[in-house]
Ligand binder design. Sequence first.
Ligand code: UDP
Length: 239
Amino acid sequence: MRIDVLGVGFDNVTMAEAVEFGCRLLEQPGSHYVVTPNPEIVEVCRNDPAAMAAVNGADLVLPDGIGIIKGAAMLGTPLKEKTPGIEFAGYLMGKMAEMRRSLYLLGAKPGVAEQAAEKLRARYPGLSIVGVHDGYFQEDGPVVEDIRRSGADCVFVCLGAPKQELWMQKNAMATGARLLCGLGGSLDVFAGVVERAPKFWSDHGLEWFYRLCKEPRRIGRMMKLPLFLVHVRQEKRRR
Ligand code: UDP
């Protein structure tokens, strides 16, 4: 059973359980998708029923960061642990390399996915990256066709939220891939274009603050975090 945080149902799993489940989905016929909402995405979903449906329609819904963990605890329904999308992706690539599975990278500015592919091939020998495409395309058709032709088992869809969730909901089946993962800005990090907060900051629940210092233009988006906590408090009173 999922744990409801302001309408988004999160799977209550550890990182190890999430990765194991992801591997099982890779083995199952049909197409599946994973989403990793943070408080900002939950706030977007509250105002956008289509985004809410795409997020809740996922086969695996993972809490991306400390904000969701805090929110769930405040509501009296704690989640086991945070399972950041980028870390989930790292573990999954390790397993896919062992399982000799193939991956397609979709998203980010032109050139970034190629750079990410080069770095990931070096880090995960055995993982076959069978295609890449930037995230600034006009029509879905040719991109879906390229993924299908590549025969990829898994696709990392990094178009930002809620675009990537809506894209996966609509196109997952047509890509022919078993598993699609919506991973926001992860390709920028894998490519080395954007730096992830050092462990100290994320261990102390301050990754958001580190990111804000590095990219002050995110302030507008980050104001959704206190708003999220206000809404959680209201929900707690209502319950
Ligand atoms: N992006 C994209 N296509 C778009 C809009 C965004 O490929 O139409 C990419 C963007 O280049 C970036 C990622 O999506 O690589 C979103 O990054 P952001 O930092 O916003 O995501 P977060 O990790 O915060 O969810």
